[in-house]
Design a protein. Sequence first.
Length: 354
Amino acid sequence: MGIIKAAAGSLNGVLADQWLEMYYCGGMPTNVLAQRGRKQITENSANTKGSDFVISDGSAIVVNEGQCALVIEQGRIIAKYDRPGENTFHSELTSSVFSKGGVKGILKQTAQRIGYGGDINIQQFVMYLDMKEHMGNRFSFVCPVGMKDRHENLFIDSTVSISGAFSFIITDPVTFYKNICRSSTGTVYLSDVLPQLEEELKSAAIAALSKVCSKDVSPTDISKSNEDICEAVGECMTEKWVSLRGFKVSSVAIDSIDVTDSDLHMIQQAERAKMLTDPNMAAATLIGAQADAMTAAAANRSRSGGTIFGLTAHDKSENIFLMKDGAKPSLWYCKCGSFNTTGFCENCGTKRPE
């Protein structure tokens, strides 16, 4: 009785799967990378009992612009359709009376199913992939980076905040299905892969940032290196993602890249300290500070009794300020009211008194 039941079930199943199908996939949402195609079955269709995992030989697979359809048979990719329009599917395992298989195909499939107790021994389905550009994938992170400033041998560890967005596009649907879909018969969402992509992009951005910062880039000018960083990240990730996952980075955009305020202040202090190691720069800085202080004091000398930071006004005809111990400083006061360090007044041209 079991064999008779299996034979009857096999024949009924094979006959139900003789109808040709049309598979399609409408526009996929922006957060979907791949999903299984559906048979077109309307209320007027007689193809209501066929198996969901059997695609009859000669069936139509419709592909929209920006899509690619893969046919999976017994766990293997046997067909790829990336040409928009209607494509005809062929398989020796599912011959139909409406294709070249004829009656012989029915008898062959029935015999095979009897051995499986009347169940189908074939698994086929269509997987559609979205081949359009997937845009607007935001990233934002803070990373430490060694920065070499314009002064030679000045290296400082600083913290840089960076944010932006990237887009990618599937270029190799077969590799993408094998490594991302993992034989899935359901839907693959962007959120399934985005966390991993963001971490890898972060690593590439840090490497690119470190490379750029090693080249005499001022912290205040680091934002001008956006284009170089984007290009380096794109090249790095494209090479890796194409071979590993079947898609490439199509664009990287950085909208903000800045050194933190505390680190920027530290770098400026280091610049100043480095600058003062030059004797000429140190002297010029000291003289400038003295001149500023004495100018400010001179403006208020009427309220300070004529004393300016340890200097006392001497003979007005000589116009030179003496230290309290009588030594002459490097600054002299001109009758026009300006302080000078050179032999002639920079304001009126009067010669410094001997």
